[in-house]
Design a protein around this ligand. Sequence first.
Ligand code: NAD
Ligand code: DAU
Length: 340
Amino acid sequence: MRTILVTGGAGFIGANFIRFVLNARPAYQIINVDSLTYSGNLENLAGLERDERYRFVKADILDVAAMGPLMEEADAIVHMAAESHVDRSILDSTPFVQTNIAGTQVLLDAARKAERMGRFLYVSTDEVYGSLPLEDTSVLFTEETPLAPNSPYAASKTGGDLLARAYHHTFGMDIVTTRCSNNFGPYQFPEKVIPLFVTNLVEGKKVPLYGDGLNVRDWLHVDDHCEAILAVLEKGISGEVYNVGGNNERSNLELTHSILGLMGCGEEMIEYVCDRPGHDRRYAIDASKIKRELGWEPTRSAWPEAMAATVEWYKANAEWWQRVRSGAYRAYYEQQYGAR
Ligand code: NAD
Ligand code: DAU
């Protein structure tokens, strides 16, 4: 039996990761620590409450006293708790610096002191590399690309990423890092572009496309990301960074047309709005290292099928996102866990 401490497991990727691991590894146990910020939603994990291999702990990763004992119970940590939305970081970067940098430092220190703790996996992002030009599509982010974050979100993730690097170098801790491109799939908070656009269209609202709509992202299905994280956790080389990507570059305009087509809506539903300040032009990942060294490559991100399945999921789970949009999902914790 192996116990993994997952931080941020009530969020989009965290919840998908927990479901993925419990399914793929019957001998693993998961402790999910999450403070349930606006994007943490225990409904994403509904059905697991009575699974003996899963336990939820409501705590903030900045809480030193709470993190120490949890580390003593685990063999490895997958750290993905974060403030994750670029637009929010432009409005107020304070929680980003606190959670993404200071919170990571708290966890690294707690892991260093814990007797039993083995591997520390830091879930980073391709945004640490900054932006690529649109003109030359042969240029991709490799693990050697210099770090040049452009948004407060990206800078705070880079802070956590570099702390993880430094703790490996200074203390010899067993640390691995993944840097992944844009994820899509079920349970994504409807502030991110895909669930925002789909849910707007279901409600008959227009979709706000930033700037000229030509910014490019490399889209990966969340289950492919989860599989990559597990591969790096189990087989990655200590101290190494692994890029994870879908080899699936789409401009926002192409993505929007795809969604409009799947929703049976026309061009008139696009509303061109002011650009995001400092908007990164293009992200594109060279994921050849993880394929070469660990044998991972995406198998669930094929376009347009994977995108169509995701749109279908949001259409079929309107109750989930309507509760999220209205804030009603926050009562779920009290219902499920309040009495304990
Ligand atoms: P999310 O916002 O959906 O989930 C974040 C989770 O972290 C939430 O459950 C929240 O409650 C929790 N959390 C936040 N602050 C906390 C704190 N101080 N203590 C405890 N828990 C806290 O984000 P996501 O999209 O699932 O992203 C998860 C991770 O993956 C992040 O580290 C993000 O940087 C990284 N990442 C995301 C993507 C993507 O496309 N979504 C791509 C690459 C990397
Ligand atoms: O690349 C990985 C990153 O992907 C993760 O590290 C972040 O946590 C995650 O949020 C995501 O960041 P992005 O900024 O790329 O995702 P977002 O969904 O916010 O935006 C995707 C693109 O769509 C981006 O170019 C901005 C554009 N956009 C977004 C919103 C919310 C719009 O045009 N309109 C919108 O309303």
